[in-house]
Design a protein around this ligand. Sequence first.
Ligand code: PRX
Length: 655
Amino acid sequence: MSQVTIESVLQEGRVFEPPAELAAGARIGSMDAYRELVARVEADPDAFWGQQAREQLHWFEPFHTVLDWSNPPFARWFEGGSTNLAYNCLDRHLQGPRAEKTALIWEGEPGDSRRFSYRDLHTQVCKAANALKALGIGKGDLVALYMPMVPEAAIAMLACARIGAPHSVVFGGFSAEALRDRLIDGGVKAVITADGGFRKDKAVALKPAVDQALADGACPTVEQVLVVRRTEQPTAMLEGRDRWWHELVEAQSADCPAEPMASEDRLFVLYTSGSTGKPKGVVHTTAGYNLWAHLTFQWIFDIRDDDVHWCTADVGWITGHSYIVYGPLSNGATTVMYEGAPRPSKPGAFWEVIEKHKVSLFYTAPTAIRAFMKSGREVPDQYDMSSLRILGTVGEPINPEAWMWYRQVIGHDRCPVIDTWWQTETGGVMISPLPGATPTKPGSATLPLPGIAADIVDNEGRSVGIDEGGYLAVRRPWPGMMRTVHGDPERFRKSYWEHIIGADGRPLYFAGDGARRDADGYYWVMGRVDDVISVSGHRLGSMEIESALVSHPAVAEAAVVGRPDPLKGEGIVAFVTLQAGLSGDDTLGSELRRHVGSEIGPIARPDEIRFSDALPKTRSGKIMRRILRALAAGEEVSGDTSTLEDRSVLDALRG
Ligand code: PRX
């Protein structure tokens, strides 16, 4: 790694040193300390991870092997050991004064809030775990959560972890169809949901989508549905299958010892979109994930005992798993969970939460920051946000303008901005500044965390030169890495470990992102190099949306691409050819957008649908997406079009 010297950083333009006060008390308080730590890990990674695992987690049984990488890409971490994530997040904090410390602050949409101490949360989780047992759920049974942002979502996740039943959280904004696919793929035994949730001042029903997903015996493995009462909407309950959470959970005993889980026992499955086929069930396992969520949270937020951490993600995404629930609680921190969202009628909603709960660590997405910029600094300026210490961003590249606005307007030039790069697959953050050590540059995720052998490489796995673009890759396993694709280990190998093979014959982890590295070794992540589209930081596969479109009877063929969007990062443009005899108009366009919404979820609705008689294809029949991307962005089609079968389609497709 090239050394980051202040001189060289300064030549780069805007560079921001960590605040001296923050660096003084930080765990890693200088670039020298960072480099020392990196050197220590590099000298003996196994010794380092082994020591961290022993020091940071509680073990029922100690492990005998730190890493077994004898059968790549299937890593086994901390073999021989047994631990429990819920124990690490709750029980171990009950011994001293931390028992009464606030673990979870929940801010509900209509203004109701709830606070749980570590002791309260422990009690609730034990009761919920006993309720799951009463439903016949045990170790190894997959439980799906389809929930609004209510405390019961976190409680249910922890209850599953406590009894060793892996969870599969499905984002509450996904449709019944998308839920059904995930229930079937997982072989889910029970679903935990709610009557509804509050979205933008309105109660939105959720349970009917579960009924729809389960209709006609579509998911034969699902035996039970547990329903949290949130909105008190009239809700149909199916006798023998559906139970109310409050009736079942409240009646349980608060005594439920945590199940000792082998390190490599499954902890959860979380579906994410790739460039091919249906979404993949990313599998994370117990000890490695726990260590990574714990350690990264500690490093990137340099957590202190009086911090109040707020991550604005939904628990349906990996960010919510790792940085609303598991990372903060494993560290004994106070975490905020917010049911609402900013909107025109309440543009200051986020800042109100920060002021009210004295949030010190704030973690959000570039899309949200860009939306705030649009409504002007007058809004945040009305709030007292002096409690803030560190500002994080995640999910998509952050443009330097948004980065600067975040730092100046929200952080008043006091708080470091940490741009964190990672993925569902990586379990936790991989590339990020350390707030007390790393000089930051607007738009760069800066440097890999200690122990992360990240690189930017060409097709042969050779490191590319300074400022040359390449593929973001990781050369060595890390504890939080995904272990497999649920039910399809071959797909795991093919999707992540076959694209780049190093000169030594070893596979590298292929992240699917393009990046460059500057003269200081700083990483600048450019975005996906595959057919994954990132809409407001939500990951969607072109093929998923195409399949949804062609499932409509009017559609013959569809190709979907992303185009740059000033607010959302990327927008979705669909090129559609219709069945013979049909012609496209606005009404059909709206109908198709609705159709995609009900097949996948509102976030997948195309921004624009362009009808045409043909799509640009090669002579062998492959759709030329490069051309479609240029057309969608309103750019001239450049580069080689000699393989294009019929050049006249280009004119028809220009918007
Ligand atoms: O393209 C990268 C982008 O989000 C992808 C991962 O998406 P997902 O698995 O849904 O996880 C999102 C939250 C961790 C990556 O492949 N991405 C994530 N963080 C950044 C980013 N792109 C640029 N900069 C980031 N900080």
